[in-house]
Design a protein. Structure first.
Length: 233
């Protein structure tokens, strides 16, 4: 299926939108009915959010522009996050000449499943967007995060797509702390293979979920083309 930018009921447009190079700061995706604000996000993050897919499931990342962008976009017709994603897809097509298509590919991935006595974390009690904080060396704290969002976050250090199959549907307060596994002193952290081993031990013990390496049919978004800079606002 190709993903183009033509107007249609299934691909609505924002009434007003600006895209600018970011001056830095924390990466944020803030939504409200008919409003989307993105702060200091890489193009990979923006594309992944627009198509509701994990970062590791975007193929052709070498084509994507580097550097962060700020996006502020509004629609007088309103709309929930699903509709905002559709409007952001069209905005990418119009401003970056972005096009892509989906493919299914069998590949090695990690599957996140629930252990018998899990989970070992609690549901969030407040509203708001998800927040991920690297709270010191070797510690990840997630606020109001869904399990697919956690799976996507884990895909970077694990270097493969992570597929959520826990069946958990809420938003959660999650903490992963591997500081006790990292040697004290020195500037060099564990190498990538050591990170894999550490996470495979820490995640079941701390979260009550486990990671398994499996061959899965993974949905990939394949980038066909994109300009390095957006057209003017």
């Amino acid at each position: 299926m190709s993903c183009f930018g033509q107007a249609s009921p299934e691909n609505p447009a924002f009434d007003a939108a600006s895209i600018r190079p970011s001056e830095g700061g924390r990466t944020q995706f803030l939504t409200s009915p008919g409003s989307l604000t993105i702060r200091n996000a890489q193009t990979l993050d923006i594309v992944a959010w627009a198509f509701d897919i994990g970062r590791a499931q975007v193929s052709g990342q070498e084509l994507l522009p580097t550097g962060g962008f700020d996006v502020v976009a509004k629609s007088e017709m309103g709309g929930d996050d699903d509709r905002l994603r559709l409007m952001l897809r069209r905005l990418l097509a119009e401003r970056f000449d972005f096009s892509a298509h989906f493919e299914q590919k069998e590949m090695q991935a990690y599957v996140l499943t629930l252990l018998k006595d899990g989970p070992k974390f609690k549901e969030s009690t407040d509203e708001g967007p998800p927040e991920f904080t690297n709270a010191g060396r070797g510690m990840l704290v997630a606020h109001r995060a869904t399990m697919p969002e956690l799976a996507d976050k884990l895909s970077d250090p694990l270097r493969r797509p992570v597929i959520d199959q826990t069946g958990l549907k809420g938003k959660y307060e999650i903490r992963i702390d591997i500081t006790g596994f990292i040697p004290a002193g020195g500037d060099n952290g564990p190498n990538p293979d050591e990170v894999l081993s550490i996470l495979f031990n820490a995640i079941p013990a701390q979260l009550g979920v486990k990671l398994e390496s499996k061959k899965e049919n993974v949905k990939l978004l394949v980038v066909d083309r994109i300009e390095k800079q957006p057209t003017a606002n």
